[in-house]
Design a protein around this ligand. Structure first.
Ligand SMILES: Nc1ncnc2c1ncn2[C@@H]1O[C@H](COP(=O)(O)OP(=O)(O)OP(=O)(O)O)[C@@H](O)[C@H]1O
Length: 581
């Protein structure tokens, strides 16, 4: 029997069941096809097979292309992967940002912010001096205002840096075509910083060219630092990231001679470190089953040179300085352990003010903290804050590092070897004896108030002249006012270079003038030391005063009695207050 059933109005090469299937696969298909039919008289069913065929072809082509390119890459392309959390990422970015071909790319990331691979500090300092030099070279003694105007306008226009944006970039390196790919790590959240990867690729199965490029990038990066002391800080960029060491500033090394301390103590500290770092020492330790570590404790009142000595030692030995603030609540024992685990083979780790961090207690108690400092905060010699940490009995409640956690990373079974640990404190007597036992602290240096000899030495080091101070004194200057001020200014202006050689070179044409300057300064130093009582002030206090009169030592001496009196009065008042509180 024939059925009277009516089919939908859609007609064409597709059967109703096929159309129904399409409706399932492409919701709204029937509706759209009816609209097209009624208004435009187009029957899309007539083209559907063509469309499907094209889609199948495109999908197959894509699949084949992907497979072919994967096979091609596998057999004919070498590729290096560089991860953001590795320092080599900085090497490569630094190198790239200085390549002319990379500057020409039309997809790039522009930035001015200093980071691991761009640090403008040194360039800016050198630039400032150049401005001054240019004005001086015109034959006139540059005035501050003239120079400052130029420096300020330079500061307004920070250097723009460009690095390739995400995606592929092609370039030639040593006559070979290479590809650089910048990628976000798949599956990572956008706000997570630690998720970038770089891929370097070249044709052929031999990756030598890539390794050469990476070695060149490393060399460029390392040479940029030259003899600067590089400071790393243990922190994390955001709350979800793990703790890691982040490169902070790179500073000119501080000459050891500028740290005023008993010569014998200073020398035995340096000799001890040198002995420890000697290539044979590691084996000596391991042959005897002794963990290869060395710890130092610097203690004394604030501003007596603890940080300065550590910084100077790092500069002298060309070691990187790793700074860690134990006061952070966010830093737990795992974070601490992971930071110590990734320390390089040779470095100095500086834990400042450990008494403030709460290591004044017995094991199991927690160090509680102040907010985390920023990465750029550390300037050796300027750290003076006493963290207002408190100690709470429950380690789990607030986070933070326990004393036993600290002891574990210092010399636990899994503790890292090779590093030099320096801890500083203002109150050694408050520290737990466990922290001070040999193996954890192998040498203790006491920093005290200045003696008469220290005061003289400080005075001389501030007013005397180093070769670097007069590197620009290529022509005799006529002093603008003929006063002691102008003569002092011309030879004491700059104290920023690493060499601390005092002038006295036989061939130096300025030798006579400088020698008489030196003997004058040494005479004035005696006068100053006669005014300032020994054992009363810290080096920082004396330095602070002398810096207020850095151009005219005579004026410093004139004002010294009054300054001494007011400083001592304030000190006594503070001590009285502390006694009663
Ligand atoms: N012994 C010293 N020799 C030379 N300069 C010193 C000395 N002590 C302090 N200074 C000067 O005082 C400033 C502070 O010094 P530094 O940070 O080294 O002191 P500190 O003992 O580490 O202080 P704190 O305990 O507060 O951390 C620096 O600018 C440094 O140049």
């Amino acid at each position: 029997m024939e059925s009277n059933q009516t089919y939908p109005t859609v007609t064409g090469p597709l059967s109703p069941s096929e159309t129904a299937m399409l409706e399932v696969l492409v919701p709204g298909y029937g509706f759209i096809s009816r609209i097209l039919m009624s208004y435009l008289n187009i029957d899309i069913n007539a083209y559907i097979q063509l469309v499907v065929a094209m889609a199948v072809f495109a999908a197959s082509f894509r699949y084949i292309y992907n497979q072919a390119s994967a096979r091609f890459s596998q057999y004919f392309v070498s590729r290096a992967e560089i991860r953001l959390d590795d320092e080599i990422f900085n090497y490569l970015m630094y190198w790239i940002s200085r390549q002319s071909h990379m500057k020409q790319t039309n997809r790039f990331v522009a930035g001015i912010k200093s980071n691991g691979y761009w640090s403008d500090d040194e360039e800016s300092d050198a630039g400032d001096e150049n401005e001054w030099d240019k004005l001086d070279d015109d034959g006139k003694l540059a005035s501050f205002d003239e120079c400052w105007e130029k420096v300020l306008s330079r500061d307004k226009y920070k250097t723009l840096r460009f690095t390739p944006a995400q995606g592929c970039h092609y370039f030639w390196y040593r006559n070979r075509p290479l590809m650089l790919e910048r990628q976000r790590q798949e599956g990572s959240a956008r706000w997570v910083l630690n998720n970038e990867r770089l891929y370097l690729s070249c044709f052929g199965r031999d990756p030598t060219i890539l390794k050469m490029l990476l070695a060149e990038a490393q060399q460029a990066y390392v040479e940029r630092d030259g003899n600067l002391t590089v400071i790393y800080r243990g922190q994390r960029p955001c709350a979800t990231s793990p703790y890691d060491w982040y490169r902070g500033m790179a500073r000119l090394p501080r000459p050891l001679s500028t740290v005023i301390l008993d010569q014998e103590q200073k020398q035995s500290f340096i000799d001890d470190i040198k002995e420890y770092l000697h290539p044979r020492t590691r084996r000596w330790y391991s042959n005897r089953g002794i963990p290869y570590r060395r710890g130092y404790l610097f203690h004394g009142p604030p501003g007596t040179g603890k940080t300065s000595l550590c910084f100077a030692a790092a500069g002298l030995l060309g070691l990187k300085l790793y700074l860690l603030n134990l006061n952070s609540t966010a830093l737990d024992e795992d974070g601490l352990a992971s930071l110590f685990a990734v320390l390089p083979r040779r470095c100095i780790v500086l834990l400042e003010d450990i008494d403030a961090a709460g290591i004044t207690n017995t094991r199991g108690k927690t160090i509680v903290s102040t907010p985390e400092p920023t990465i750029d905060e550390i300037i050796p010699g300027e750290a003076d804050g006493e963290a207002d940490a408190t100690v709470v009995p429950d380690a789990s409640a607030k986070g933070g590092v326990t004393l036993s956690g600290l002891l574990n990373v210092i010399d636990g079974v899994a503790a890292s070897e090779g590093r030099i640990l320096v801890m500083t404190t203002n109150h050694a007597d408050k520290l737990d004896p466990a922290l001070l036992r040999p193996g954890r602290v192998d040498m203790t240096i006491n920093f005290g108030y200045t003696s008469e000899a220290d005061i003289k030495e400080m005075f001389i080091s501030i007013y005397n002249t180093t070769k670097n101070d007069i590197r620009r004194a290529k022509r005799p200057r006529t002093a603008s006012n003929g006063s002691a001020k102008s003569s002092a200014k011309s030879i004491t202006g700059e104290r920023r270079n690493s060499e601390d050689s005092q002038v006295g070179d036989k061939e130096d044409p300025l030798q006579d003038a400088l020698q008489s300057h030196q003997s004058r300064i040494s005479r004035l130093a005696d006068e100053f030391a006669a005014i300032v009582p020994s054992g009363e002030l810290t080096a920082a206090e004396i330095q602070g005063y002398l810096l207020n009169h850095k151009d005219i030592p005579e004026v410093a001496i004139q004002g010294a009695p009054e300054w001494m009196q007011s400083t001592l009065e304030k000190k006594r008042a503070r001590e009285e207050k502390e006694k009663f509180s």
